[in-house]
Design a protein. Structure first.
Lengths: 336, 355
């Protein structure tokens, strides 16, 4: 019966249906308004105290959308704003079942998120109302003020009790309507968890699995890195090499002995790689370099086969040829 | 209702894991016991979730150290026992005695690097999202950010709120952040020295990233005084609006010196004005005692403060007031003097304790 009434209310022109639905509701669902709530006469002080207890101690019960609409419809006679609240929530509730595209889903979540709020500290809630232009707007309700204006005085009355029961239900309604988005966001949540895990892995791999950076390289790479304008950014798949010192074992054509340690400096270059399964794969690098043997300086090109293995070909002013390998590569070559 | 979730975001300094927040949580628990009329504990109502990102800075510093060692280790002739001795010394110094300038300024310099900043933002976003997504869209969340953390959280929220719903934009999934409390706000620091901020968090204010903003400053905290909060990106006129019966924006100015580190998060939280505001924002304002004498009687100088320190800090203050036309050198001098003073004060306390 409840479902039929709900559908009926959605199909019929709104002006007439509200009254029909309200009447229907008041007969069949009237117990919803008072179930679990005391019915004794109270004064304003007690009402406010009991409302505080609702904010701090009770877990809001789950209310189905038709129960929420019943509560609001039943209050229309004595609380005017209930009509526009019921109207807007009926519209949102109907949309919940009709969401087809992701765009509709996000729009609906946004309407709820922007217009439904609650604050137990101030005793305010906000619920949506539809403007004349059929746009959702936030309507703030001070629940303590509601008690004061809807029959609560220093003298105990049943009217005050009714207002307290309604204020309590409004609190529950705001809580329940905010939770409606939980039905809509599951796929985005699953995707987000995976997205963040992948992103964290990529950033970790950018730092740990590729060539390590000197401070000046972090500075230079940051100058050239362009983060996304919207959303979280992924790490780059290359690093600029800049004034990067290393010790090398070099063959110097004009020297005796031919082999000696040198200081090699990558002046400017680039090291690049691809991400596979969010991990940085094998990288390669090229750089314009300088080789210094403690006496002469030669300039040339360095090829980085991986972060540790590099080979440099350089010539000095006297056209001497220098072949230099990184210490780690030299160690591997000598060992084998 | 479900517990209120309160995220704590640290500032500059060493914060290796979640335990960094233990002292702050202890201060909050004490304040709750003193000010809240509910018979229950803080933990029954508010879940405090510490966020940490210092691991990124530490990793970079470690990387710089490793790469230098890798270059020169083969060239240095040191025997194994000496190497071990040096390694032990370095480890000890790293954990306990990171120099003031290193611990305070290197983090800021590193965070100014966009490569580092984006990784930090992604790490903070992950920790926020993992907790938020566990709850319902009806749950309540708030953030307290301190020092560098104020800029970190603004940048992170900027990235989140402009992102796609399926890429961890929890706003687009129906969640709200109730408030952001910025303690010792340095959000505008990153416009210096050229008054150009390459990545301003401009969408954070205009798109309702949080319902309420509170900025908290101690007059004796030189770091907060260097960059006074200017609400650069705040929509005009918004600062005086109310939402659900509360002012959207409040600036809280404190004036107490109780600990060695005036800039520290726990030092700020010692003040009942801050903890009461915080509990109020979490929704427990009406549970607070009506007696506000704890705020009125809160002493400006704590029992352990070296009398000379307050005078010195007063001098710092007068320097800080001249900052409108100050040069970079003045900023640096103030920060260095602050470090010196706090170190002296630390030694003084240590000496007293050992007696």
């Amino acid at each position: 019966m409840r479902k039929i009434a709900f559908l009926f209310a959605l199909i019929l022109p709104l002006s007439g249906s509200l009254i029909v639905y309200a009447n229907e509701c008041s007969h069949t669902e009237s117990h919803q308004l008072t179930s679990g709530l005391n019915n004794q006469a109270i004064d304003i002080k007690t009402a406010k105290r009991e409302l505080q207890q609702v904010f701090y101690t009770s877990e809001p019960p789950n209310l189905a959308s038709d129960q929420i609409l019943c509560i609001l419809d039943a209050a229309i006679k004595w609380y005017g704003p209930a009509e526009e609240l019921a109207h807007s929530l009926r519209s949102i509730s109907a949309s919940l079942d009709q969401v087809e595209s992701p765009q509709q889903k996000r729009q609906l979540i946004s309407h709820i998120n922007q217009n439904v709020m609650l604050d137990r500290g101030t005793g305010y809630i906000a619920l949506p109302r539809l403007s004349e232009a059929q746009r959702y707007q936030r309507r703030e309700i001070d629940l303590n003020h509601l008690l004061e204006t809807q029959g609560c005085t220093q003298t105990a009355s049943k009217q005050c009790r009714r207002s307290l029961n309604f204020a309590t239900k409004l609190w529950y309604i705001a809580h329940n309507v905010r939770a409606w988005s939980d039905q809509l966001n599951q796929s985005d949540k699953t995707a987000s968890v995976k997205y963040q895990s992948n992103l964290a892995q990529q950033w970790r791999s950018y730092r740990q699995d590729t060539i390590k950076q000197w401070p000046q390289e972090v500075f230079l790479n940051s100058l050239f890195y362009r983060p996304r304008k919207e959303g979280l950014s992924t790490p780059p798949n290359s690093k600029l090499l800049f004034l990067r010192p290393a010790l090398g074992l070099s063959y110097l054509s004009d020297n005796n002995p031919d082999f000696q340690p040198t200081l090699n400096l990558d002046l400017l270059g680039i090291y690049w790689w691809r991400y596979q399964d969010n991990l940085a794969g094998e990288g390669r690098g090229l750089a314009a370099s300088l080789v210094w043997d403690g006496d002469d300086t030669a300039y040339g090109l360095t090829y980085h086969h991986n972060p540790n293995w590099a080979i440099t070909l350089a010539t000095s002013n006297e056209n001497d040829v220098i072949v230099s390998v990184s210490f780690q590569l030299a160690y591997w070559l000598l060992k084998n | 209702m479900a517990k209120f979730t309160l995220f704590l975001i640290h500032g500059i300094g060493v914060h290796r894991d979640k335990s960094w927040a233990t002292p702050a949580i202890e201060v909050l628990s004490q304040a709750w016991k003193q000010d809240c009329t509910l018979p229950t504990q803080l933990q029954d109502h508010i879940e405090v979730v510490p966020i940490f990102y210092d691991t990124v800075f530490e990793s970079y510093l470690q990387e710089f150290s490793d790469i230098s060692k890798a270059v020169f280790s083969d060239a240095l002739k040191i025997n194994q026992s000496e190497k071990q001795h040096i390694a032990d010394k370095l480890t000890e110094a790293e954990q306990h005695e990171r120099h003031f300038v290193l611990s305070y300024l290197l983090d800021v310099l590193l965070y100014k690097m966009s490569i580092v900043k984006e990784e930090v933002n992604s790490l903070v976003a992950k920790q926020l999202y993992e907790r938020i997504a566990k709850g319902s869209t009806a749950d309540e969340f708030g953030i307290v950010a301190h020092s560098l953390g104020t800029r970190v959280i603004n940048d992170t929220l900027q990235n989140i709120i402009t992102g796609r719903a399926d890429q961890a934009n929890f706003y687009a999934q129906g969640y709200r952040l109730k408030f952001l409390m910025q303690i010792s706000d340095v959000t505008d620091l990153f416009g210096l020295p050229l008054h150009h901020d390459p990545f301003p968090p401009k969408n954070v204010y205009s798109r309702d990233a949080y319902d309420y903003l509170r900025t908290v400053t101690n007059r004796f905290d030189p770091i907060a005084r260097i960059i006074p909060t200017r609400l650069t990106h705040w929509p005009e006129g918004r600062a005086h609006e109310q939402l659900l019966g509360r002012p959207i924006y409040k600036d809280l100015l404190l004036d107490h010196v109780h600990e060695t580190n005036v800039h520290g998060l726990t030092h700020y939280m010692l003040h009942p004005q801050i903890t009461r505001e915080l509990f109020d924002l979490c929704g427990f304002g009406s549970c607070m005692t009506q007696d506000v004498s704890r705020i009125a009687d809160f002493p400006a100088v704590g029992p352990h403060v070296n009398p000379g320190l307050r005078n010195a800090l007063t001098e710092l203050m007068s320097d800080a007031f001249q900052l409108a036309n100050a040069s970079w050198q003045t900023y640096i001098n103030i920060v260095l003097r602050f470090g010196e003073l706090t170190e002296q004060h630390g030694s003084h306390i240590q000496a007293e304790c050992s007696v």
